[in-house]
Design a protein around this ligand. Sequence first.
Ligand code: NAG
Ligand code: NAG
Ligand code: NAG
Ligand code: NAG
Ligand code: NAG
Ligand code: NAG
Ligand code: NAG
Ligand code: NAG
Ligand code: NAG
Ligand code: NAG
Ligand code: NAG
Ligand code: NAG
Length: 500
Amino acid sequence: MRHAALSFIPSVLLSSAFAINIPFRKVHTRSSTRGLHSINVTRLSESGNVSVFENIDNIRYVGDIALAGDTFEVILDTGSNDFWIYESEPLSQYYNTSIKAADTYGPSNEQSKTAGYVILADVVFGGFNIQNQSLIKELSVSSGILNPGVSGVVGLGPPTGYSSIIRSLTHANSTINGTGPMENIFLHNPDMEPQFTILMSRNDDTNVTAGGSFTIGEPISEYAAVTQQPVLPLLTNATHNIGLDYWTIHVDAITINGKRYDTSPSGTQNISAFLDTGTPTALVDPMFVDAIYGSSLQTTEDGTLSFIPCDTYYNVSIELGGVEYPLNPLDMIWPWDIDENGNAICVGALQRNTYLGMPKGTWILGDTFLRNVYSLFNMNLWNKSGGISVPFVQLLSLTNATEAHIQFTSQNAARMAAFQTSEREVSGFTPVKAGPNIVEVIIIMSSIGVLLLIAAIVWAVKVIRRRRALRLGKYAAVGTPGDIPQYEPPSYRQYGGSES
Ligand SMILES: *[C@@H]1O[C@H](CO)[C@@H](O)[C@H](O)[C@H]1NC(C)=O
Ligand SMILES: *[C@@H]1O[C@H](CO)[C@@H](O)[C@H](O)[C@H]1NC(C)=O
Ligand SMILES: *[C@@H]1O[C@H](CO)[C@@H](O)[C@H](O)[C@H]1NC(C)=O
Ligand SMILES: *[C@@H]1O[C@H](CO)[C@@H](O)[C@H](O)[C@H]1NC(C)=O
Ligand SMILES: *[C@@H]1O[C@H](CO)[C@@H](O)[C@H](O)[C@H]1NC(C)=O
Ligand SMILES: *[C@@H]1O[C@H](CO)[C@@H](O)[C@H](O)[C@H]1NC(C)=O
Ligand SMILES: *[C@@H]1O[C@H](CO)[C@@H](O)[C@H](O)[C@H]1NC(C)=O
Ligand SMILES: *[C@@H]1O[C@H](CO)[C@@H](O)[C@H](O)[C@H]1NC(C)=O
Ligand SMILES: *[C@@H]1O[C@H](CO)[C@@H](O)[C@H](O)[C@H]1NC(C)=O
Ligand SMILES: *[C@@H]1O[C@H](CO)[C@@H](O)[C@H](O)[C@H]1NC(C)=O
Ligand SMILES: *[C@@H]1O[C@H](CO)[C@@H](O)[C@H](O)[C@H]1NC(C)=O
Ligand SMILES: CC(=O)N[C@H]1CO[C@H](CO)[C@@H](O)[C@@H]1O
């Protein structure tokens, strides 16, 4: 299904208005280490930069990357560090290191699910051509992990993060360089600020839309003020050392309906959070989920999500580096399902972090939060930026709480109406087949931090459920309007392999 990735994109989205923005610079090339398999990065002229950055259902933010001349849609994931592709068609040109990278994805009995080999190929990403870029060409990936039309992941974690490519190469005593594509771009272009920025669109929860903007190097001019925002250094000593693997920062406070919880190290809570574009929600300690939505609500079977009314206004902001970042109330509510009367069933988009055994005080701020900021991730490779010696993040608030409150009722009603009448097939999606071992896969993945996969699975289950709903025309039990639905969501496993 080469090129199939583009088949569900309305052609209007291919216009340059939605391109990954790369600041124009003179074409020049640099290369460091010469010799066998050495990496060479060429900055292409702007004519090479036609790219898409897309938002699929507010759950996936994907961009395109060319591999040996073929274009693939991949999840742009700040929560992991490996670049991998799952594609059944052979690639036209690559070098096979014959080094297995199966240890990435779990213990022996699961390896076959995601096993692959490290290959080197020429990659074009965001207007940069990278020769001999390493990646994993997966031989198999459990079904349900990737959405239809999406072929892989580009990990954009900090340079200190866990990379199974590097680990596998090292283990095999290979001299091949396993550095990720974003870091390679910066290492070969030391005149650039080693940073990338992400502006995430918010859509109506039903369609593929332009994702916003993804830039490498300079921020977009409209939000250039992001570089004036407080520098949020990567925590290198966070709980369980998650700080080294992720873009982890301290959270000063969370304010819920006017009540401020001090979460600084000196406060009553001590919270660190990592910013993960690959997680569609936010995962926080249960006490905050209860404080926002209420403590006596029915939850999903795994206990992480609370069923809530679809029209409630929640007033929440998060304080980082002394700046308050309001969350748009639209982002607090996740339209999750449709009941037998065709009404939306909603869950709170802030979910409990207990499911994955995440330690207390460790949050993931995913798309629910990130849509409210223009985010800048600086790898700080030469310790020249930010006056510090660690990678850092800067965030510009995009949500005006007053305006968001005023607009909430009408905007929310519109998107619920759209959600209720939507069928994903309209966007060209085909059914997602849930694999038989999804639960195990989730647990394995969590150990390496590829939390985006939870999202994929949740999404897959959601799509399957909705398709099933369309087919069966009903659910077991639903609530009356205004009530929290008395609704028992089935376990993931019940759907394992039952749909095609
Ligand atoms: C990439 O590796 C191949 C060997 O697989 C080598 O022939 C080629 O010169 C390398 N490219 C660069 C830019 O070094
Ligand atoms: C790097 O790539 C450019 C453009 O393809 C080429 O001109 C240059 O010779 C390459 N450098 C090396 C060391 O291979
Ligand atoms: C790489 O080589 C291994 C065996 O050495 C083979 O099993 C695998 O299919 C190859 N992968 C690709 C993508 O060619
Ligand atoms: C890598 O090198 C170490 C030390 O020289 C050796 O013990 C080990 O067997 C080698 N591993 C492989 C896969 O060749
Ligand atoms: C890998 O390549 C980068 C350039 O892309 C270089 O800066 C780095 O030193 C190389 N690492 C190793 C271990 O060779
Ligand atoms: C790192 O964390 C440990 C345990 O929480 C603590 O004892 C130590 O002081 C911390 N180190 C730094 C440099 O913050
Ligand atoms: C708060 O957590 C950080 C790691 O995230 C740790 O270094 C620090 O010591 C903790 N502070 C307190 C007061 O426990
Ligand atoms: C939301 O909470 C803030 C305090 O964090 C308060 O100032 C504001 O008035 C609240 N807005 C609404 C609409 O209740
Ligand atoms: C930057 O600072 C870190 C932490 O102090 C250090 O490990 C690293 O070697 C430094 N890098 C450079 C290029 O100086
Ligand atoms: C938010 O919007 C309100 C109403 O449009 C405006 O008065 C206020 O200045 C804005 N606040 C900020 C911080 O821009
Ligand atoms: C979703 O996209 C399709 C095709 O572009 C369009 O016809 C439909 O109106 C869109 N739905 C919503 C709710 O925007
Ligand atoms: C061919 C093409 O569309 N090039 C685009 C590259 O990006 C710049 C800036 O984003 C656009 O102005 C060009 O049109």
